[in-house]
Design a protein around this ligand. Sequence first.
Ligand code: NCD
Length: 305
Amino acid sequence: MKHLLSAGDLSRDEALTVLDTAVRMDEALAGREVKKLPTLRGRTVVNLFFEDSTRTRISFELAAKRLSADVVTFSAKGSSVSKGESLKDTALTLEAMGADAVVCRHAMSGAPHRLAGWVRGSVLNAGDGTHEHPTQALLDAYTMRRRLGRVDGLRVAIVGDVLHSRVARSNVLLLHTLGAEVTLVAPPTLLPVGVAEWPAAVSYDLDATLPKADVVMMLRVQRERMGQAYFPSEREYSRRYGLDRHRMGLLPDDAIVMHPGPMNRGMEIAAEVADDPRRSTIVEQVSNGVSVRMAVLYLLLGGAQ
Ligand code: NCD
């Protein structure tokens, strides 16, 4: 594997190798006072973030640093991109500087794929438009496996703004590969065209889905990508598709609640659900993200050495 552009590119074996490697990364760091492995010493990882990000950017940065790579983080604001430099020129600049891996987040679906054609190093998609976010899907699968012991056979409900969610698309692809059964739950206006071809069931009824779910993954309502009204009001959205304490009670006893962050507390998820110590995995997802990204960087960069 040279690049990680889509969760759909991963075979079952490759995906399991990433998850197993993430476990090994956790174990290797657990015994150390200094949280650093020498694995990628001398390699250069460039984080190229053309779109706002907190968790993903910091997570990739930390992952690369824990593997002792040299890390350069480049945000579009304050760079020549704000002067109109094209993605291609930025790529050629990175290439001239000898980046071994480029981690790319971009508002345009497909940008990391284009990048992969222009640079010699590995390209990791850290979220492209409404298209994909493969490392998020991997860290979500890793979290499910840690909490519930497996991914195969799990019933996963993905709820909310599926239309704008690269997290949903990548999760559907990866979870299908790993043998989980996915149900997308959303108002019809927030489902993408062609969703019938996705390897997932569709429901408009959250209350009917929850009692049969081992995992419920809530999605952020992505107002910044909405030019028009997709639902009558926030209150109405919350009433039908928000996860509050009452609804959480419909879940089977050991089901977990996930959210990729950032959350709109009180909209798609109630604060008391997000903070529920037994069911909510939201904070664990963030820590697991670092281990999974270390695993991906290691496999893409270290493996071939
Ligand atoms: C997601 C993203 O940026 O796609 N967040 C993340 O990476 N943790 C989801 C979102 O923005 O809602």
